[in-house]
Design a protein around this ligand. Structure first.
Ligand code: ADP
Ligand code: MG
Length: 450
């Protein structure tokens, strides 16, 4: 086997991945990726934006790594890197933050974008925002600790780092770590008999920011170590700010004494943003990111993601990226198209099952379910079967293999059928209309707004 370049390996991997995930999934997440480099078992994949990077990292890393095993020298770790054509330019998302642990306390790694200025304040986060500003202005003298909790993607890390960056400007020595990093460092310190150093590092700062504290809940030794660190800092009037995905009383494994420490200061939450705040966030983002987007398009996007600012930003990125890709203005129609998979995820709409689709096709062709799933090869039955396969690919999240299974065929048969029908639709207005009619029966209410 000759040595293949990263782009070639990735092309081959995409070929395999296409068979393993649904069409819409492939199109949304993998379609616009490229193989960048492959070195020392590290495979770097270029992706259009951070949203895609995070999605792939969270949901498809293991599938991708498994696929790469057969195409590389094995045991490959994949990293998703945002490549140039979106505004974010290059930022790696490896899913790990372990580089930071090697960096001394005086140089916290903050995201320069996470400042108070760039944080949009609304009723859902006003209290948390004010409290974070309070501790940044006079560390150790307002609420200690400040405990901020809320669901994922609601701006906890943003606020925490904003407080840190503001305090650094006021010459406070700040240490920012995720609870996971704290745990890892603690374990490493024990292994290397360096607990003294570990202790000194954490106890010498003016402000300690711990992100995602829920991570240490139930890890007794780490909790114990954190407990002592907490006490030392608190006794010395050093500011502690903590974030968590839930309030202290909802962490059943957290030791009672740590819980009561958390309750000494101020506990405040961040709620999902209301529509106005979502819109304001989108406006700010759109202004920073370049071309103007019509207000009604922003409103449409604000209606799509309710629970999570990260998703909201992802939607905006998708719309602008999509517009750029097809070289069109980000109109309402285009936004709807770019976000159709997300809209389809809305619980109001019942997802189409394979059975529903096959049923609809059988009814339209006036043949029985048994026949359509059989080996019968007369022209009409074969066509119905191929149309069903095509529609399953278009309308559901089924993979080629899953579709094949419905009919006792393999994925290559399905792929062939989809290709054939796609071509036939181009050529035959009659077939096009027929398939259009079946689609209508599948979607009785095509636009039901949000
Ligand atoms: P969490 O730590 O709660 O999971 P993050 O702080 O990582 O969430 O926020 C996710 C994304 O949403 C970040 O890009 C952040 O800048 C953005 N974000 C969240 N809330 C706001 C807000 N109120 N104003 C502006 N951006 C926000
Ligand atoms: Mg966070």
């Amino acid at each position: 086997m000759g040595v293949r370049s990263a782009p070639e390996i990735w092309e081959a991997a995409l070929g395999e991945l296409q068979l393993q995930v649904s069409k819409s999934n492939y199109r949304t997440w993998l379609g616009k990726t490229v193989g960048l480099t492959y070195q020392d078992n590290q495979f770097i994949v270029g992706v259009p934006n951070t949203f895609v990077a995070e999605y792939l990292d969270k949901n498809q890393r293991s599938l991708i790594e498994k696929t790469l095993i057969g195409l590389t020298r094995g045991d490959t770790r994949v990293t998703f890197q945002v490549n140039g054509w979106h505004h974010d330019t290059v930022e790696s998302y490896t899913g790990r933050d372990d580089i930071a642990s090697a960096i001394p306390a005086s140089v916290p790694r903050f995201n320069p974008k996470y400042t108070f200025n760039s944080f949009v304040v609304g009723s859902s986060n006003r209290m948390a925002y004010a409290a974070a500003q309070g501790v940044a202005e006079s560390p150790g003298h307002s609420y200690n600790p400040l405990f901020i909790y809320g669901g994922p993607g609601l701006g906890k890390t943003h606020l925490l780092q904003a407080a840190g960056q503001a305090a650094v400007t006021g010459h406070t020595q700040v240490l920012y770590v995720s609870a996971e990093q704290f745990t890892n460092e603690f374990i490493t310190a024990i292994q290397h008999r360096k607990t003294e150093e570990f202790r000194n590092k954490y106890r010498s700062v003016g402000m300690l920011l711990i992100d995602d504290i829920h991570f240490i809940s139930g890890k007794e030794q780490t909790e114990e170590s954190f407990f002592h660190t907490f006490n030392d800092l608190h006794n010395a009037n050093r500011q502690i700010v903590i974030t968590s995905d839930r309030p202290p009383q909802a962490m059943p494994l957290l030791s009672e004494r740590l819980r009561s420490r958390f309750e000494w200061g101020l506990i405040t939450d961040i709620q999902p943003p209301d529509f106005e705040t979502r819109l304001a966030i989108l406006r700010t983002r759109a202004e920073q990111d370049g071309p103007a987007i019509a207000p009604q398009v922003l409103e449409f996007i604000a209606q799509q993601a309710h629970q999570n600012v990260r998703e909201l930003e992802g939607c905006l990125n998708r719309v602008t990226a999509y517009a750029r890709l097809v070289r069109a203005e980000p109109t309402l129609e285009l936004a709807a198209e770019a976000l159709q998979d997300i809209a389809a995820k809305h619980p109001e709409k019942t997802p189409l099952t394979a059975d529903l689709v096959i049923d609809a096709v059988a009814i339209d062709f006036k043949i029985t379910l048994e026949d359509i799933k059989s080996r019968k090869r007369d022209k009409e039955t074969a066509l119905a079967r191929q149309v069903a396969m095509y529609l399953l690919r278009e309308e559901t999240d089924c993979s080629l293999a899953q579709i094949g299974k419905e009919f006792g065929r393999d994925h290559s048969t399905v792929m062939h059928a989809c290709g054939k029908i796609a071509a036939d639709i181009e050529a035959s207005a009659c077939l096009r209309r027929k398939i259009g009619d079946i689609k209508k029966t599948l979607h009785p209410h095509p636009t039901n707004g949000n």
